[in-house]
Design a protein around this ligand. Structure first.
Ligand SMILES: [Zn+2]
Length: 120
């Protein structure tokens, strides 16, 4: 109580990417071209796997979002179609059941299929 701590230099979001020096093994910032500990010139580390990994993650996210859309559409259709015993406090226009939820479902399905096809 009463102790004020300066958290300005403790923010976790501002952490620079680190790598290990191949000569002395010290952990240094990726932005350095020369090791501050052993003064060796560091090789320019390019990561050839960076782009494919990133796009693969994007595809996985697309598939997951598609599944989420399909689930959402199923829930909307379930409630707006009057299949549930629970009655909603507000009326839902039939256009939602007839067009919107199948459209959402199909677009979600399309996202999933597209995500799977672009995986190879
Ligand atoms: Zn070093």
């Amino acid at each position: 109580m009463g102790t004020t701590q300066n958290l300005a230099h403790g923010s976790p979001g501002a952490v620079a990417p680190l790598r290990q020096c191949p000569f002395c093994g010290k952990t240094i910032s990726r932005t350095f071209t020369q090791c501050p500990a052993c003064r060796e010139t560091l090789p320019d580390v390019q990561q050839p796997n960076a782009a494919p990994v990133e796009s693969k993650r994007g595809r996985d996210r697309r598939v997951r979002r598609g599944l989420l859309y399909m689930l959402l559409a199923a829930v909307i259709h379930y409630f707006s179609g009057g299949y549930s015993a629970m009655s909603l406090p507000y009326p839902i226009a039939p256009v939602v059941t007839v067009y919107l939820s199948p459209l959402l479902f199909l677009s979600g399905l399309g996202l999933v299929i597209y995500g799977f096809l672009s995986k190879r």
